[in-house]
Design a protein around this ligand. Structure first.
Ligand code: P1T
Length: 380
């Protein structure tokens, strides 16, 4: 199956043996009847497994070209399960520009448990190697990064991971498998905040993991069940429904993203626009190679360069909604320094470019002209 078919049918054969319903039923149940201890039809208890969640997990595996999918109660719960593969003394090399909540989980929770993180600018993949030692177990990559839209070469990073026998995990939230498929580029684990593009309608919080290797999948399934951060069947249904239109939504996100990025670039009250589709983006060539398009996530700074100018601008938007999150059909604007990335100390975030005048846009699938008009009015 090609991608645009997988979003609709991937892993969904025979999801309702009872009545053949086209959509998987929402099995709103915590438990399952057994005829004799252990005599069940594949499901015992919904933390361990639920048929609606299983349908979603198969869909996730299918669209990411993996073999095994796991769904969690949030993107952070999915990342949490990955870090639980490790033990005190282990080290992880992570992208330095990443979602503030991932940074907070790594530094405020897992550093207390003795896991050491190195936050590294990975725009030049060769730089990663300097941080690898005998304790290193995993490379954590977010690409495009949130919110600076840096691009990291997944294939080059996977060569380094193989050489040192490390796991490579890629947070594919911004790109989605429509634009890039990290497992095909050598990653071992793909992670998603399914809250975003996979769900696509800003109505659910969920996380996902996809792997190819069965032994790794077994370890993650063990953690999923043992730690228990699973999602419910209703939410699984919503994300399954979202995934069915992922390809057409992403196509429009990319078109609108390009139009908005070009508009912003030409506006005198905008200083810098971060979007990997620009030829002068530092890793544009890598983006072109590993992504099918450049997506609808854009960050930019105001020409005034002040906190006030950014705040004033986002307050004036009407079609764009000022809100956390991204990836829904509706356009959102955010102020990373005070919202999504507030948990990163100012000195740290400013090193990667998350300055007070930075605004992040999640360009939705409305009419591009309306979006540009809204930005024009707010920029004044
Ligand atoms: O919010 P949650 O579903 O737990 O996912 C966390 C997460 C992980 N990775 C990336 C790249 C993310 O962007 C997120 C969540 N991000 C936001 C809420 C945001 O507005 O950036």
């Amino acid at each position: 199956m090609k991608f645009n078919t997988k979003t609709i049918h991937g892993g969904q054969e025979n999801t309702d043996p009872a009545y053949g319903s086209v959509m998987p039923p929402i099995y709103q149940t915590s438990t399952y009847k057994q005829t004799t201890p252990g005599g069940h039809k594949g499901f015992e208890y919904s933390r361990s497994g639920n048929p609606t969640r299983a349908a979603l997990e198969r869909s996730l595996a299918s669209i990411e070209n993996g073999k095994f999918g796991l769904a969690f109660g949030s993107g952070l719960a999915a990342i949490d399960a990955v870090v639980k593969l490790f033990k005190p003394g282990d080290e992880i090399v992570s992208t330095n520009d990443l979602y503030g909540g991932s940074y907070r989980l790594f530094t405020k929770i897992y550093e207390n448990f003795g896991i050491k993180f190195h936050f590294v600018g990975m725009q030049n993949a060769a730089d990663i190697e300097k941080y690898i030692n005998g304790n290193t177990k995993m490379i954590w990559v977010e690409t495009p990064t949130n919110p600076m839209m840096n691009i990291i070469d997944i294939e080059a990073t996977s060569v380094i991971a193989r050489k040192h026998n490390l796991l490579l995990a890629v947070d594919n939230t911004f790109a989605t498998p429509y634009l890039q498929q990290p497992l095909d580029l050598g990653a071992d684990i793909v992670m998603h905040s399914a809250t975003k593009y996979l769900g696509g309608h800003s109505d659910v919080v969920m996380g996902g993991l996809v792997v190819k290797d069965e032994a790794l999948a077994d370890r993650l399934y063990f953690i999923q069940n043992a730690s228990g951060a699973v999602c419910g069947p209703q939410d699984s249904f919503l994300v399954l429904r979202g995934i069915k239109t992922l390809h057409i939504r992403m196509q429009r996100h990319c078109e609108n993203g390009e139009a908005v990025a070009n508009f912003l670039k030409s506006h005198p009250r905008v200083k810098q626009v971060y979007w990997p589709g620009f030829e002068d983006h530092p890793n544009h060539e890598i983006a072109k190679r590993q992504m099918k398009g450049f997506g609808g996530m854009i960050s930019f700074t105001t020409s005034e360069g002040t906190l006030e100018s950014a705040v004033k601008l986002v307050e004036k938007l009407h079609v764009f909604t000022l809100a956390e999150s991204l990836g829904g059909v509706e356009s959102l604007a955010g102020h990373p320094a005070s919202m999504t990335h507030a948990s990163i100390p100012k000195e740290e975030r400013e090193k990667t470019g998350v300055v007070d005048s930075l605004i992040r846009l999640s360009v939705g699938i409305e009419d591009a002209g309306d979006l540009i008009e809204d930005l024009k009015n707010a920029l004044g």
